[in-house]
Design a protein around this ligand. Structure first.
Ligand code: GAP
Length: 505
């Protein structure tokens, strides 16, 4: 990463905290690694992103409906989906500097290549000669080839359901009973597994296991989709880049069920839909791109996949995955539960028998987006530093968050110039008119007007409405545009309508 780019990330993290978008969780106790809290502005921005996703996926279509499922599901869901066996990352320990890292994320090197690294990873440590091992990577921290073997680390958080602590119960029965270390460990794992449940690592599975209930209660015809927004949890080996990769995060996923044989058409359709969705809200549209997965990158359930990538300060990286999941999940859940998860089309002829009526297990395209990751992208995309001149003609710099108005936490700021002469009262009355229309506005009469403009530029408020002496005489106010800083005088009567029209609300 260049210094500029590191700077940008540092500036975003700092702005996020200073202005109340994102705080470190439990900060007064020193914070908890990878846990974040969304403050007053962050919660609005996150909600606005989620609302726009829901609008485009559900409200603007007549064949997609919503679901809000439990985070803790029956453990068989995860056994059947393959997550219990496969949802893990390869973990490696560096025996030289003690760094713990993901083997699949370590930069690739040529096996057999001669290398040098410092003992203990210390800057002035003894220089050691080595060779890149067969696996083709070194410690990403110190460049050493002294590495542990890869072990699979399960990413799902496990807990136990019920009032009995399985560990205490097990110890009561088995402590000092002469079990070998291996037997003790095996039996303990079995005792824990009995009541084990998992925090969901993706929202997707609930949409498969509720397929039949939703198909029956809505009578929807294929193709149709089920959408869900909610928390997911992964015990990530590496948490990185602020909220980009955290252990608790939010996803916006949709499972789109369709007739087998049309997978290319639907994969194409959804990749374009989703890419256009991001670009609609972005300033730098080329920073969003599509990347097809190589065969060896595909998840166990997926036959083809595209990532929508964003150009983060560290380079292009994943923002959303759009996977062709075939009939993998419905078939697996059908076999494991004994419940037929299929669809019957009376109008169609069965292609194998040639008889009227066609029963099939639908295929699935899944656009899986990260809500909290999208929030990071939109902050990065919106951040600008601009040089300009102030009212006195002196040069000054401003930070402006050019968030799309539909995403901006506040739609307008209502700013009395002074805290007297009836200006605050008039401002409150104007703010109330906006609130009646369901618009989130901020009445703000602290600090100088210049500082208030600067603050609202920095948090992305599209319009600042200023009440001055003239307002009480002729019922007009000024409207200042965040992006151009141009101000114009308008009638108070028309303020709500003007802002609504300009924001296309
Ligand atoms: N159901 C498929 C699925 O969950 P994924 O690619 O693992 O696919 C989808 O996740 C999206 O969820 C990612 O593209 C990313 O935006 C977000 N995501 C995944 N892991 C995350 C994490 N640890 N922190 C923040 N966002 C994450």
């Amino acid at each position: 990463m260049t210094t500029d780019k590191i700077d940008l990330m540092t500036k975003i993290v700092s702005l996020a905290k200073r202005r109340g978008f994102v705080f470190q969780s439990s900060e007064i106790y020193g914070g908890l690694k990878s846990s974040y809290d969304y403050g007053p502005l962050g919660v609005e921005l996150k909600r606005n992103i989620a609302n726009q996703w829901w609008r485009s996926m559900v409200y603007e279509r007549d064949n997609i409906v919503g679901l809000d499922a439990s985070i803790i599901m029956h453990p068989k869901v995860w056994q059947t989906s393959g997550h219990l066996a496969n949802f893990s990352d390869p973990l490696v320990d560096c025996l030289n500097c003690k760094e713990r890292f993901r083997a699949d994320k370590a930069p690739k090197r040529t096996p057999g290549e001669k290398i040098e690294y410092r003992k203990g990873g210390q800057k002035k440590g003894e220089l050691i000669q080595g060779t890149v091992p067969e696996k083709g990577y070194l410690c990403p921290q110190c460049g050493s080839c002294e590495l542990s073997t890869e072990r699979q680390f399960r990413l799902m958080f496990q807990t136990n359901l019920g009032p009995v602590d399985p560990i205490s119960e097990f110890l009561e029965k088995n402590y000092n009973q002469g079990l070998s270390k291996e037997d003790f460990s095996k039996k303990l794992s079995e005792a824990i597994e009995k009541s084990a449940v998992y925090l969901r690592p993706e929202t997707a599975q609930a949409m498969f296991v509720q397929f039949q209930n939703i198909a029956q209660t809505t009578s929807m015809k294929i193709p149709f989709g089920i959408a869900q927004i909610g928390k997911s949890f992964r015990n990530e080996i590496i948490v990185e880049h602020f909220i980009f990769r955290s252990c608790e995060f939010e996803q916006m996923e949709m499972e789109f069920f369709y007739e087998p044989g049309t997978e290319d058409q639907w994969l194409d359709y959804w990749t374009n839909e989703r890419l256009s969705w991001y670009r609609r809200f972005a300033n730098n549209k080329d920073n969003f791109r599509l990347r097809p997965h190589d065969k060896d990158e595909l998840a166990h359930y997926s036959s083809a996949c595209y990532d929508i990538e964003y150009l983060y300060p560290w380079g292009f990286d994943e923002l959303e995955g759009i996977a062709s999941r075939t009939d993998y999940d419905l078939k697996k859940h059908s076999e494991a539960s004994g419940v037929k998860l299929s669809y019957f089309d009376q109008q169609k002829t069965d292609p194998t028998t040639g008889k009227p009526g066609y029963r099939f297990v639908p295929y699935v395209i899944e656009p899986a987006a990260g809500l909290t990751r999208s929030l990071l992208c939109f902050l990065l995309d919106a951040y600008e530093e601009e040089k300009g001149v102030d009212a006195k003609g002196e040069s000054k710099e401003r930070v402006v968050l050019k968030l799309h108005p539909l995403l901006a936490p506040y739609k307008a700021a209502i700013l009395p110039l002074v805290k007297k002469d009836g200006q605050p009262e008039l401002g409150q009355a104007i703010a109330q008119e906006f609130r009646k229309k369901g618009m989130n506005v901020h009445f703000d009469d602290n600090q100088s007007i210049g500082k208030r403009y600067a603050k609202h530029d920095e948090i992305g408020t599209p319009y600042c409405l200023t009440i001055d002496q003239q307002s009480l005489v002729d019922q007009t106010i000024t409207i200042r545009d965040r992006d151009t800083t141009v101000q114009e005088r308008v009638s108070i009567d028309q303020a709500v309508e003007i802002v609504q029209r300009r924001l296309s609300l």
